[in-house]
Write a protein that binds this ligand. Structure first.
Ligand SMILES: [Zn+2]
Ligand SMILES: [Zn+2]
Length: 354
């Protein structure tokens, strides 16, 4: 039997719908019937910005690295999963045995040569979830959904929820009552970053964006102050924080301009965390950022953190803004995403309008 899939068949090209063979799980593997697959901005980078030799893997593969659905079939040796059970798929697939992978931080696998593809996963070099079915090569990547959470809502949480969760969680000791957090960029990840800060901390949340709609979304997610970005933004943030600066700055954009804003507004001993793939750079001198401010990049999150994110959502504390589309609309969805016309996160639901 053939099934539908959205395939990236070459670098610097648009993906296209194709028929592919029905996946069959090998020993230890699981086939997930896809209930939702999130359309991520980083897929646009895969389509347009990467070329031959820039990554240790490449096309052809099926897109979609934010996936959830139901266990459809599993191979020999898989225990603890039942057919039909709702699950999310942990996206970064490492070697499974190095010291990072053993504690579930497969994003930072230290033996990439031992992974199915180095530094990739389903939808990143291997077939992902923009399809009717997805093969997950190892059952350890399949995380059961808690009661009250359906696959459509769970899909974007595996990246757009997990990534800001990881960034916030590592800075929690600095987000005590009386502290402040600055969120730069309130798109697919940023609006969930605001909700996560609201759910986990009593910090004053300040959000900056260039788009009023994004700020309206941030406000509905619990941001205390929303600022349209202009030349006075850093002065406004300093004023709002009593001249001290924000204890934690989360930059979900990552351009030269947003990093400069972060450096100008992070408090001494604070954290400036780069999450966005904007490609900017940040000059660091003795005097800037402020003394003992830490600057760090983060990438995605760990498997134990995914379990926590799903729990937060099942309790109603984390609710992604979602627009759903059928699998047949997936090509158009990426065009809309590139044009900035997607509200919150677009989720492909293969069973919708199939
Ligand atoms: Zn992504
Ligand atoms: Zn590893």
């Amino acid at each position: 039997m053939a099934v539908r899939a959205l395939r990236l068949t070459g670098w610097k090209s648009e993906p296209r719908m194709a028929e592919v063979p029905d996946p069959v799980p090998g020993p230890g593997g699981v086939v997930v019937k896809i209930g939702g697959a999130g359309a991520c901005h980083s897929d646009l980078h895969l389509m347009h910005d990467f070329g031959e030799g820039m990554l240790p893997w490449g096309p052809p593969f099926t897109l979609g690295h934010e996936n959830a659905g139901w266990v459809h079939a599993h191979g020999d040796g898989v225990r603890g999963l039942e057919i039909g059970q709702p699950v999310a798929v942990y996206g970064p697939w490492g070697c499974g045995t190095c010291s990072r992978c053993r504690v579930g931080i497969e994003t930072y696998c230290e033996n990439p040569a031992g992974a199915p593809v180095p530094g990739g996963g389903g939808g990143l070099g291997l077939d992902g979830g923009m399809a009717d079915y997805m093969l997950v090569d190892d059952a350890r990547h399949v995380v059961p959904l808690p009661d009250g959470l359906d696959p459509v809502a769970a899909a974007p949480l595996t990246d757009a929820g997990l990534t800001p969760y990881h960034a916030v969680r590592r800075s929690l000791p600095k987000l005590l009552p009386g502290s402040s957090a600055l969120v730069i960029g309130a798109g697919g990840l940023g609006h969930l970053g605001v909700q996560i800060l609201r759910a986990l901390t009593a910090a004053t949340i300040i959000t900056v964006d260039t788009r009023q709609e994004a700020l309206d979304l941030a406000q509905s997610c619990g941001s205390d102050v929303c600022l349209l970005s202009d030349e006075d933004t850093s002065a406004r943030v300093l004023e709002l924080t009593g001249g001290r600066g924000a204890d934690v700055v989360l930059d979900f954009v990552g351009t030269d301009g947003t990093l400069a804003l972060g450096a100008a507004t992070v408090r001494s001993l604070g954290d400036l965390t780069l999450v966005g793939l904007g490609g900017g750079t940040l000059p660091v001198t003795f005097f800037s950022p402020r003394y003992e401010a830490s600057v760090q990049s983060t990438y995605w999150g760990s498997r134990p953190e995914l379990v926590e994110v799903l729990d937060l959502a099942a309790k109603g504390l984390l609710t992604p803004r979602i627009s759903t589309f059928g699998l047949g609309e997936a090509v158009d969805v990426y065009r809309l995403l590139r044009e900035g016309k997607i509200d919150g996160r677009a989720v492909i639901v293969p069973t919708q309008g199939a």
